[in-house]
Design a binder for this molecule. Structure first.
Ligand SMILES: [Cu+2]
Length: 291
């Protein structure tokens, strides 16, 4: 696990030991998520109004159901401020990915997005599965290519072949769409990795079962201390305001671009608040062998 040539949160490179597991071959699609909501009546976090007690400092007018929608800018912007391209959009949820005027027509086989961890876990429980740990996710994403930069090898576009749905051009204003997609793409449109898994890089970020830590544990790099089935099962005490716990998301998305976020790599990881859903985060599930 891990990498040392990119961002500090991916270090150190270390070994882990995992019991066998099965993992979905693609992210959960809109069609699959619809089967779940039809069977259970489940209402996602993005469709519920936030509880004012959880957000004492918030403008009550903003405490309505909604989610974060990406908005391309007209020109270069300050890349340090994500508010330049994320728009809080009342009425956005998995069936209205760009807001009330949008729908998922023609996108049945795209990954379901605007999913919070609670939603992903409810789906997993219904399906008799679980969310992958970060270690399981990364092991699966590597597809047997230990230490490679990408899920398919070390070269971004081998012989010019586009291997994943990422952002080409200058984020967040110029999307050259060399991969054929401005937003999400149907699952399985790009080549599978060595384990026959699709969309382990790009398309949508995927939630994991782990809470975020700013680095992998230092001792995990030593041969004495190979962790077995590691999982960060509870959040670190947070200095940050709000005290909202953060989970690890993996895989990068169609919004990852080299000028901003080179994270369509198996070692890449990002922190996302558990109360957050966006148009570029989905999930897939694992089936663990009975303990
Ligand atoms: Cu990114």
């Amino acid at each position: 696990m891990g990498a040392e040539d990119f961002y500090p949160e991916e270090a150190p490179v270390h070994r882990v030991e995992l019991d066998g597991f099965w993992i979905d071959e693609n992210p959960v699609t809109v069609a699959a998520f619809r089967r779940f909501t039809k069977a259970t009546g489940y209402v996602t976090c993005a469709e519920r109004a936030p509880d004012p007690r959880d957000y004492p400092d918030a403008d009550p007018g903003l405490l309505v159901p909604g989610s974060l929608v990406f908005q391309k800018t007209t020109g270069p912007v300050d890349l340090r401020d994500v508010r330049n391209w994320w728009a809080w959009t009342p009425g956005a949820f998995w069936q209205r990915p760009e807001g009330p005027q949008s729908n998922v027509g023609g996108r049945e086989l795209h990954p379901a997005v605007h999913i919070a961890p609670e939603d992903a876990e409810a789906y997993a429980a219904w399906a008799g599965k679980e969310l992958p740990t970060e270690a399981q996710w990364e092991y699966a994403a590597r597809g047997g290519l230990d230490g490679a930069v990408f899920t398919w090898g070390d070269e971004f576009a081998p012989r010019g072949r586009v291997m994943a749905n990422t952002w080409q051009g200058e984020f967040p204003w110029q999307n050259l769409e060399t991969d054929g997609y401005a937003g999400t793409s149907p699952v399985k449109r790009f080549a599978a990795n060595g384990y026959g898994l699709f969309d382990m890089a790009g398309n949508v970020w995927e939630w994991t079962a782990d809470y975020f830590t700013s680095r992998h544990p230092e001792e995990a790099g030593k041969p004495c201390c190979v962790p077995r089935n590691p999982r960060v099962a509870s959040p670190e005490p947070l200095e940050a305001a709000g005290n909202i716990p953060y989970r690890v998301i993996k895989g990068g998305s169609h919004l990852c671009a080299p000028n901003y976020c080179l994270r369509y790599r198996p070692a890449a990881r990002q922190a996302e608040a558990v109360d957050t859903s966006t148009g570029h985060i989905g999930f897939r599930c694992v089936l663990n062998a009975a303990a």
